[in-house]
Write a protein that binds this ligand. Structure first.
Ligand SMILES: Nc1ncnc2c1ncn2[C@@H]1O[C@H](COP(=O)(O)OP(=O)(O)OP(=O)(O)O)[C@@H](O)[C@H]1O
Length: 216
């Protein structure tokens, strides 16, 4: 089957309303490998927009417009059929599984066989500069290592677009810029259209792309 054309993520006049009030109205195309930053006051609907794109927005919200990813209309699809990865500030790793175990269940079903699946996880650990961490207990990881495992878990699922919901806000400033560049480099390397929600203008400056301000 030929690969879908990489057209990026298109939000066609997407409007999110709650209790009759319009929270968000965006008309935006994010090219493959482009990182667009979304800012705005608390409650302005940033996370709700991300929830709509990945298909997890509760029914209380009313949405119009169309979301298209690499030519596929996402509206109406189940979250697992959208191929949209999302990374949160509190991405929790399962404490009863090793680092490798946490990553293993993100490997898509089309990768068959134990050895091939393990190889995917080992490669992901390698690209996060975490070779040798497969059997580690997540409780023994540093904040930066945990953040990198959470990112690898999203990327292993082979998303076609990435949403970042304040993913760096819990990291201290030194670690923050380090993890930020890991995430942004991987978005570009994987040609992922990326939409990042943040309250920190430095995140937007580091991303180097367009910054969209929602009004409150
Ligand atoms: N599950 C939900 N059910 C009903 N209302 C919700 C739900 N989640 C969020 N809201 C409401 O939707 C509005 C937008 O919330 P949202 O989390 O999208 O804003 P935000 O811009 O991401 O805010 P913040 O910067 O504080 O994270 C708020 O008024 C919030 O109270």
């Amino acid at each position: 089957m030929p690969e879908a054309a990489k057209n990026g993520l298109e939000l066609h006049d997407v409007r999110v309303r709650l209790d009759g009030r319009e929270l968000v109205a965006v008309d935006l195309t994010i090219a493959p490998g482009e990182i667009v930053t979304l800012m705005g006051p608390s409650g302005s609907g940033k996370s709700s927009l991300l929830g709509h794109i990945c298909g997890t927005l509760p029914d209380a919200f009313e949405v119009t417009g169309q979301v298209v990813l690499d030519g596929r209309v996402l509206d109406g699809l189940a979250p697992q059929d959208r191929h949209v990865g999302i990374l949160f500030q509190d991405d929790l790793l399962f404490p009863h599984l090793s680092v490798g175990g946490n990553l293993a269940f993100a490997v898509p079903a089309h990768i068959k066989g134990r050895a091939a699946r393990r190889a995917r996880v080992e490669a992901a650990l390698g690209s996060a500069e975490m070779d040798g961490f497969y059997d580690r207990d997540p409780a023994t990881l540093s904040g930066g290592q945990r953040a990198r495992v959470a990112l690898m878990r999203v990327l292993l699922s082979e998303p076609c677009a990435l949403l970042l919901d304040e993913p760096f806000s819990k990291l201290d400033s030194g670690l923050r810029s380090q993890i930020r560049s890991v995430v942004f480099d991987l978005c570009r390397k994987n040609s992922l259209p990326t939409l990042m929600v943040t309250h920190d203008p430095e995140d937007g400056a580091a991303a180097g792309g367009r910054v969209i301000e929602l009004r409150g």
